[in-house]
Design a protein around this ligand. Structure first.
Ligand SMILES: Cc1ncc(COP(=O)(O)O)c(C=O)c1O
Length: 416
């Protein structure tokens, strides 16, 4: 066996653990982390340790991470100031009869940081706040219907989960209407057809779909949507759960130049601690106060302290710029190496959430092999979900990854 091949990672312990899991946990590992969604056997399944932009799996393989826990990690795993803030709050009080003062401090911080925010509401997961935002919009407008974009992901509540998944019925979608991404005319026509019935329009800031090129908003798209929503009294909801704090600290709408009424955040808000937030304009605060919505752990104080420390760090260190620089280096490097090896790579999305595909690979077969080859060399590349960059990714890490990319391209070329 060639020297390089002997050094490629294997995933024996991951596979053993997964086999045990399938006996006692439905789907073994469910949802977006399920290995059944990747090339079986070619990626790690279980993490042992994580620090900075790297983690080690249960087989002892170390990876430079380009998924960042599917978004939550933004400052690096185990980032000391965030962990210290969370630990100090945990030691003082976390889950008690009352919230801690940090809840008020965090709400005040978000209201200062985010131009459209006059208030903030906290929960745990992204799906908690996307569903909450619909309730607020309905309470505010007294209307039932909601428009969403085909293929946009807003969590796993029945209203946004497609038919065919277990337990979902057509009645769950009775009040949902659908448009295509970037189709302003289609949106206008739908609004006309259902004039006076539509409570809200909810969408991601751009089209970050799986198995596809990431599509940014067309020129004037968001501004057109904002105008129609204002004229028709429709609450404009931005689902910034995935993108939040990687494009702009004031909400991704600031990056694209428009003003929503409600913004949903989660993922990166607390560098891996469990908390989500919905922020909104003051006109919606009364309606928000009428919505009954809470959970056993939603007032936990330690994640709030973690969120405050994360957002302060991002602000003080200009984290968004750092992420942009690292992501741009990766995207440019991928395209250059693809051209060099005659396997043309196109990148899409934004530097903080980049993605790639090969030009002549409509079914993503080459992409699956390529991402597996890079991963087995030490940089975790997901084959069909957009990637994430953190402030912990330094130039030297990106360069090391580009070395893995080059070795993977060479290996693929040799087998062609
Ligand atoms: C755009 C978007 N909205 C909502 C969600 C749901 O978030 P959660 O999985 O935390 O409920 C996700 C999760 O990936 C997401 O990407």
């Amino acid at each position: 066996m060639a020297k390089e091949e002997r050094e490629l990672y294997t995933f024996t312990k991951s596979k053993e653990l997964f086999a045990r899991a399938t006996e006692v946990i439905p789907w073994g590992i469910y949802g977006h982390m399920s290995p059944t969604l990747q090339v079986p056997g070619a990626f790690p399944y279980y993490t042992a340790t994580a620090k900075g932009c790297r983690y080690t799996d249960v087989d002892g393989n170390e990876f430079i991470d380009y998924m960042c826990a599917y978004g939550p990690m933004i400052l690096g795993y185990n980032y000391a100031p965030v962990e210290e803030a969370a630990a100090a709050q945990q030691a003082a009080a976390n889950c008690t009869n009352h919230p801690a003062p940090v809840m008020v401090e965090l709400a005040e911080f978000l209201v200062d940081l985010i131009p459209v925010a006059d208030w903030a509401f906290f929960a745990k997961n992204g799906g908690d706040v996307t569903t909450y935002s619909l309730l607020v919009a309905r309470a505010h407008t007294g209307r039932k219907k909601v428009i969403m974009v085909n293929k946009h992901y807003h969590g796993v509540a029945p209203w946004c989960t497609s038919l065919g998944h277990g337990g979902i019925t057509p009645e769950d979608h009775l009040n949902m209407l659908y448009v295509e991404w970037n189709d302003l005319e289609g949106f206008e026509a739908l609004v006309k057809k259902h004039r006076g019935e539509i409570a809200a329009f909810i969408a991601q800031p751009y089209h970050h779909i799986t198995y596809g090129k990431q599509e940014l908003p067309a020129e004037g798209y968001w501004q057109g949507i904002e105008k129609i929503c204002k004229e028709e009294g429709i609450v404009l909801i931005l689902d910034d759960v995935r993108t939040g704090f990687r494009l702009h600290l004031g909400g991704s709408n600031e990056y694209f130049g428009f003003k929503p009424d409600l913004i949903c955040f989660c993922k990166a808000i607390a560098n891996g601690h469990p908390i989500s937030a919905c922020v909104g304009r003051k006109e919606l605060m009364n309606a928000a106060s009428k919505v009954l919505y809470t959970g056993s752990f939603w007032m936990s104080a330690a994640p709030m302290a973690a969120a405050l420390a994360t957002l302060k760090t991002l602000k003080e260190t200009n984290g968004v710029e750092k992420i942009k620089r690292a992501g741009t280096m990766l995207m440019e490097g991928l395209e250059e190496l693809g051209a060099q090896y005659g396997l043309e790579i196109e990148t899409s999305g934004t530097p903080g959430l980049p993605f790639m595909h090969f030009k002549d690979d409509p079914d993503y077969f080459l992409q699956q092999t390529f991402c597996a080859e890079v991963t087995r060399r030490g940089s975790f590349f997901h084959p069909h979900h957009n990637w994430f960059i953190s402030t912990a990714h330094e130039d030297k890490d990106i360069q090391e990854t580009l070395n893995h990319v080059e070795a993977a391209l060479k290996a693929i070329k040799n087998k062609m």
